[in-house]
Structure formats: structure tokens, C-alpha cells
Design a protein around this ligand. Structure first.
Ligand code: C2O
Ligand code: CU
Length: 451
């Protein structure tokens, strides 16, 4: 076969097989590794019609940003929306100036403006990025993307799948349904109807038979708690929320709340054509199918642990945080805008922020010191509690046995209290909030200050 024919036939293969959608990043400006242009764009999620989404570089899924542990990455963000935005790098322990929170760490990126982010990831793993303004709409309409930090020494997988889970709030004709209602914001949030992986409904990915496969599941959804299980009893959990765990454990049923991630290690079936399916409860989300390979007797590589500072538990100070309902369900009107306060953190609802007004921190932490956050969920719903710029070491729960692990987002079940330690080693004002987007929008947000 000559080269031209070869290209043609491989194109044909690419078009007819069930390979994932690929979104090409625009060529970045000189000096930048990535350029993200934020603008409205029509995308095809359902066959009945297109969806008027908000996108990075004109499509969904967003470009996967791949950085390297301990190496700087430079990302230029261009705002072509008709409203301000910022980009937050979820789970990154980086300096406050790059955290992407309006007013607290940078001015909002106004329509037509550009903001350059540059940071050096200290930890390897599965992270993600999203705006930190008007989040119900900006995230809900598609501004969510994967940020993968490769290990300084890359573990030996035969395939590395980056899979963003999102239930789109759309009808069969592609148009949006309500992203939020007060009734739902007061409860578990408004679930989207159409469950997707990288914008596709139950896609199948081809993997080399017998290969060691890394499956990264990222919950970029506004609302949904995914209960992940698989048809392969050997599938292993190898990392939680970006952080490798000491001893991989078999995946039975793992809850992945909004903002959270799960890395699985799987040996692909040795027989060509056989497959493994990952499900949310009983519903298939994504399938991997073995295709011919020359691989033999592959094993799952071990992941190196991240350099999370070890908490000094003997000299730690405990701070209690109570998460409750606000008794008021009537809307608040301010500057002609209607909002709601349904949730409180230590009896405070987030009052919003502007150039001229930044609320007091919920707690002030002394730099270098260890704190144990006693996180008490006094409500009947679960809440994934996220902190910026730091990583928790989860120690204990009043509801279940815990093998200590690291995370930036602690999932609290109903009426659960969890002890999570951190070393306050990163100076700045760090957001601290529930990652159910409708909850943070209706009061469940604050910040802590490390001085
Ligand atoms: Cu991914 Cu402040 O959040
Ligand atoms: Cu919540």
C-alpha cells in the first residue's frame, strides 16, 4: 500500500470505529503550552439536535491539559464570553495568585480579556479545571476539562484513558433544561438527564488485549454522585482524587461525588473482542474492548506516592465545622437579583464577593501548623467538601472504617462527621466549599486564610 492509500484507509478506520471524539487545541501562542479560548459553541451530545454549550476551544470534551510533575506549565486563557470568568485548577497545590478565584486571587477576566496562568504541579495525578464564576451556568453548560499531571517517572501502562463524567441537562432535541431550581438546590441538586463520558453516551474504547490499562474517571458534573462499579472483579482502585493510595484495593462500589476523581487499574481481557464495562449503579457508562496485541503477562504498575506534607498530629489544632441548613427558604433580593441561602458553614451562608467586598475568612490558619478539620454534616444529604491549595489527609469517620488517604474533596454522607488533617503550608485565602454547584451557589461556600 502506498502512503496515500494508507492514510486514507486509516482515516476510514478512524471514522468507522467507535473511537472517542477528539478535540484539537488551537495552536497556542508562543511561550504557552496551551491556549484556552472560552466561547459559546454548538455541540452534538444527542442525535436529536445540537446543544448551545459554552466551550473551551469550540468543542466538548475540552482539551485535556497534560502537565508534568515538577515542571512549569503555561496556559493562556482568552475570554470570549459576554460575562466575566476565571479558571481554577482543581486539586493543585500551587501559589494563590494562580488559583483562579475572582477577587480573592485575581481580578475577573472580563469579556475580551486574556489571563496567563503559570504553575508547577507538585503532585502527579488526575485533576481538572473549571471557571469559578457563575458556576451553575458556566460549568453546567460545558466549561469543564481534565488536567492530567504525569508522574516525573511515568508508570508503565499500555493505555491511559481520561474519562470525564457529566450528565447534561438537555432534552432529546439538544436544548437545555433547567440547570437549577430552588427546590432542588435545597436538596441534592438538579440532575442532568443525559449521562455522558467525554460527551458521548456509553462510548466504547479499544484497548490492547492483555494490556495494563489506567482508567481515570473524573466527576466534572455539577450535581451527580456517581456510584462506580465494574464487570471486572479484578479492577483495582489505584488513586483517589489524584492521589495514589498506598495499597490498591479491589473496586466494589465507589462513590465519586462532584469534583472527585477515581483512577482504576485494569488488565484488559486477553481474548480479542471481550470487554469490561464501568457502570454508575446498574447503568453502563463506558466499555473498554480488547483488540489484538502482542502483550503478554502484563501487571499493573505501582504509582509513586505524592509528596503531601505529613500532618503533625501531636501538635495539631482541631477546628470544628458544622454544615447545616439555613432556616430561610424565601429568596433574597439584592441589586435587582434574586438569590437563595439554603446552606450554612458554621452558621454562615456565603454572602458573595466583589471588588469592594471580601467577607471575613471562616478560619485563620497559622502557616506551617497542622490542623484537624472536624467536618460535621448535620443535613440529610451528602456533600463533597473541597478545599483549594491544600490536600487533606482523611483520618476518621463516625460512620465507617477509614484507611487514611489524601484528597482535596472529602465526601460526607448524611449525618457523617469526618476528621481530616492538613498542614497549612500554602499562604493565601483559599476557597472552602461544597462541590455540588447548586449548594455553593446557595450559601455553602467560604474561605480559610493561611497567614
Ligand atoms: Cu473545583 Cu472551588 O472548585
Ligand atoms: Cu453540598
Amino acid at each position: 500500500m502506498n502512503r496515500r492509500n494508507f492514510i486514507k484507509s486509516s482515516l476510514l478506520v478512524a471514522m468507522t470505529s467507535t473511537l472517542p471524539k477528539v478535540v484539537l487545541a488551537a495552536t497556542p501562542s508562543a511561550g504557552f503550552d496551551y491556549e484556552l479560548i472560552i466561547a459559546p459553541a454548538d455541540v452534538n451530545i444527542v442525535s436529536g439536535g445540537s446543544t448551545p454549550a459554552l466551550c473551551f476551544n469550540g468543542g466538548y470534551p475540552a482539551p485535556v491539559i497534560r502537565a508534568k510533575q515538577h515542571q512549569p506549565v503555561r496556559i493562556r486563557v482568552i475570554n470570549k464570553l459576554n460575562e466575566p470568568t476565571t479558571i481554577h485548577w482543581h486539586g493543585m497545590r500551587i501559589p494563590i495568585a494562580m488559583d483562579g478565584v475572582p477577587f480573592l486571587s485575581q481580578p475577573p477576566i472580563m469579556p475580551g480579556e486574556t489571563f496567563d496562568y503559570e504553575f508547577t504541579p507538585p503532585d502527579a495525578g488526575s485533576f481538572w479545571y473549571h471557571p469559578h464564576m457563575n458556576s451553575v451556568e458556566q460549568l453546567g453548560k460545558g466549561l469543564v476539562g481534565a488536567l492530567i499531571v504525569d508522574e516525573a517517572e511515568k508508570p508503565d501502562f499500555d493505555e491511559d484513558l481520561v474519562l470525564c463524567m457529566k450528565n447534561w441537562h438537555i432534552k432529546d432535541d439538544g436544548s437545555f433544561t433547567a440547570l437549577t431550581t430552588p427546590q432542588n438546590a435545597f436538596r441534592m441538586g438538579t440532575p442532568g438527564r443525559v449521562m455522558t463520558i467525554n460527551g458521548e453516551i456509553h462510548p466504547t474504547y479499544e484497548v490492547p488485549a492483555g494490556g495494563a490499562i489506567r482508567v481515570r474517571l473524573l466527576n466534572v458534573d455539577n450535581t451527580l454522585l456517581y456510584q462506580v462499579n465494574s464487570t471486572d472483579p479484578q479492577a483495582q482502585i489505584i488513586a483517589i482524587d489524584g492521589n495514589p493510595i498506598d495499597q490498591p484495593v479491589a473496586l466494589k462500589n465507589h462513590a465519586v461525588g462532584p469534583g472527585m476523581r477515581l483512577d482504576l487499574g485494569v488488565i484488559a481481557p486477553k481474548k480479542v473482542g471481550e470487554s469490561v464495562t464501568f457502570k454508575h449503579k446498574g447503568k453502563p457508562m463506558v466499555t473498554i474492548k480488547s483488540v489484538a496485541s502482542k502483550l503478554k503477562e502484563r501487571r499493573l504498575p505501582r504509582l509513586p506516592l505524592n509528596p503531601i506534607p505529613a500532618p503533625d498530629l501531636n501538635n495539631a489544632e482541631t477546628i470544628k465545622f458544622a454544615f447545616e441548613w439555613n432556616a430561610n427558604i424565601t429568596p433574597i433580593e439584592k441589586d435587582g437579583k434574586v438569590s437563595y441561602n439554603f446552606w450554612t458553614m458554621n452558621r454562615r451562608s456565603w454572602e458573595g464577593m466583589s471588588k469592594g467586598h471580601i467577607p471575613d475568612p471562616l478560619a485563620t490558619l497559622e502557616r506551617g501548623k497542622t490542623y484537624i478539620f472536624e467536618l460535621s454534616n448535620l443535613t440529610q444529604y451528602h456533600h463533597p467538601i473541597h478545599i483549594h491549595g491544600h490536600t487533606f489527609t482523611v483520618l476518621k469517620s463516625n460512620k465507617k472504617a477509614i484507611t487514611p488517604f489524601h484528597t482535596d474533596t472529602v465526601l460526607l454522607g448524611q449525618n457523617e462527621t469526618v476528621l481530616a488533617a492538613l498542614v497549612a503550608d500554602n499562604p493565601g485565602r483559599w476557597m472552602y466549599h461544597c462541590h455540588i454547584i447548586e449548594h455553593l451557589k446557595t450559601g455553602f461556600m467560604s474561605f480559610v486564610e493561611v497567614t
